[in-house]
Design a protein around this ligand. Structure first.
Ligand code: FES
Length: 119
């Protein structure tokens, strides 16, 4: 069964140069620390076609088929991303990819993830 949320994390050369390996590790740690591993799958990907703007992350909510893209993600930003986007259901407008969300808008996010982590 597909997880409700998938995070695609570019691990290609240009993003790696900009710190994508550290971002990926921080994501894995934060998702595990929040007990979200059954609801969130992290996929390491090749180039997502946004070289030079990395590290790139694309978050896909399967049911709604929503893609939300973040660029220039820093390791230190990962806890906030997980808390605000995944736990509270509020994408971070300031971190959105300018190329993919030129108006800093995003599809209307549906709902925060369900328990157990909200209980
Ligand atoms: S190397 Fe990451 S988007 Fe191209």
């Amino acid at each position: 069964m597909q997880t409700p949320i998938q995070i695609f994390a570019c691990q290609n050369r240009t993003c790696r140069r900009d710190g994508s390996t550290q971002v990926l590790q921080a994501l894995k740690q934060e998702i595990a620390a929040q007990g979200m591993t059954e609801q969130v799958a992290i996929q390491e990907t090749g180039c997502l076609g946004q070289c030079g703007n990395g590290p790139m992350l694309m978050i896909l909510q399967s049911a709604a088929r929503q893609e939300i893209w973040y660029d220039r993600v820093q390791e230190r930003e990962v806890p906030l991303l997980v808390k605000q986007h995944l736990l509270e259901g509020k994408p971070l407008a300031d971190m959105l990819s300018r190329a993919k969300h030129p108006k800093r808008d995003f599809p209307v996010w549906t709902q925060p993830l369900p328990p157990p982590w909200h209980s």
